[in-house]
Design a binder for this molecule. Structure first.
Ligand SMILES: Cc1ncc(C[n+]2csc(CCOP(=O)(O)OP(=O)(O)O)c2C)c(N)n1
Ligand SMILES: [Mg+2]
Length: 378
């Protein structure tokens, strides 16, 4: 059977993402088109991010954090993509994107609230236009596409950055979100951090596509590959995609090539599924060192600035350690007047009978617990 006429696409001029990923800091293009102040700020944020990861990992060892998915090695992705956003834009992060949330301006202790094991996620999403960290894979992509569509219908000019891992691109939600955003030409930047693994599953077991960026073409949006360990390249690529989105050009899929230097979380042993040489090779492409070297060669960074940024990161880490080393009171963590029963407050606008039953059960348990404690003291 002959294949008939080619299908007419709604989008003109889409081409497959072939060739090398976008690289600026040690590529031919260079960083001259980016403001020097922005470049230095990108580096300062990388230094803060590296220290934030070290501190959060230490807090898991002290039992102060329940779990921490480290972004060591992926700092350029999270810093570059978020600094590329405008104030009016929205960010939809995953559990791995704590540094992205920090870079958006959320208080460091609030960033870690969920990972501390609290029942709420810590910050007001509207204050910085940052949605909660999504643990169920790819669910944030449909929320992002929905918010972008709503903004379009209301006539608000903004872009939405939906962050996602390589493994999560196999979820149905990812497909639905890309399709929905492309059909509506909604202002979304889908930003995949391809760090090579979904826990122990390597990327070649995840997809048969030549690259993750190729998937964009099937939905009718551009797909771009970028060096995810080059903070300037990530910044420029996401900035261009977000500008395009705000101008009505529709969504873009960006695949950033990076590496998760630490294990999946503190509960994982990565030596069981990858060898030391692979890790070493990526350490030679460390995003913080690469940017530092680049800025020094360009004469934009000196020893005093490096020292100042390190001291700033040290102060942030010290304050974070102090704040997370106090014992949280589980009955008042949601603020004044809140207690364990407030768990039931935000489930439904009108609680179901089962929920009311469960609430009453917990209320009886709590009262019995208090009585028992009083008797023990008496
Ligand atoms: C719907 C769903 N299925 C399974 C999981 C369990 N899970 C947590 S992280 C993870 C791997 C995700 O890998 P990737 O998307 O590459 O992100 P990374 O952790 O590498 O940043 C899996 C399978 C989950 N959280 N949600
Ligand atoms: Mg991954």
């Amino acid at each position: 059977m002959d294949i008939e006429e080619p299908v007419t696409m709604n989008q003109e001029g889409l081409s497959l993402p072939v060739g090398d990923p976008v690289t600026l800091i040690d590529g031919a293009a260079g960083t001259e088109t980016i403001d020097a102040g922005v470049l230095v700020e990108l580096y300062r944020r990388l230094v803060l991010g590296r220290r934030f990861n070290q501190q959060a990992t230490a807090l898991t060892k002290q039992g102060r954090l329940a779990v921490y998915p480290s972004t060591t090695g992926q700092e350029a992705c999270q810093v570059g993509a978020v600094l590329a956003l405008a104030d009016e834009d929205w960010l939809f992060p995953t559990y791995r994107d704590t540094l992205a949330v920090l870079t958006r301006g959320v208080d460091p202790a609030e960033v870690l609230t969920l990972l501390r094991g609290d029942w709420h996620h810590g910050w007001d999403p509207h204050a910085h236009r940052v949605a909660p960290l999504a643990t169920p894979l790819a669910t944030q992509t449909v929320h992002a596409a929905g918010l972008a569509r709503a903004a379009q219908l209301r006539g608000d000019s903004l872009a939405v950055l939906a962050m996602i891992g390589d493994g999560a691109t196999s979820e149905g939600d990812f497909h639905e979100a890309l399709n929905f955003a492309a059909v509506g030409r909604s202002p979304v930047v889908f930003f995949v951090q391809n760090n090579g693994y979904a826990i122990s599953v390597p990327i070649d077991k995840q997809t048969a596509a030549p690259t993750l960026a190729h998937k964009a073409i099937g939905y009718g949006m551009p797909g771009v590959r970028v060096d995810g360990n080059d903070v300037a390249a990530v910044y420029e690529t996401v900035r261009a995609a977000a500008d395009r989105a705000r101008a009505g050009g529709g969504p873009t899929l960006v695949e950033a090539l990076t590496y998760r230097v630490d294990a999946h979380t503190n509960a994982d042993d990565a030596t069981r599924y990858r060898d030391a040489e692979e890790v070493e090779a990526w350490l030679r492409r460390d995003p913080v060192v690469r940017m530092e070297n680049h800025l020094r060669v360009r004469g934009l960074l000196d020893e005093a600035m490096v020292e100042e940024f390190r001291e700033g990161a040290e102060r942030m880490a010290g304050e974070l350690r102090a704040r997370l080393s106090t014992d949280p009171d589980p009955d008042s963590s949601a603020g004044a007047g809140a207690d364990a029963l407030s768990l039931f407050d935000h489930v439904y606008a009108r609680p179901t009978s089962q929920l009311l039953e469960q609430r009453a059960l917990l209320a009886r348990e709590l009262a019995a617990g208090k009585r028992a404690a009083k008797e023990a003291i008496a």
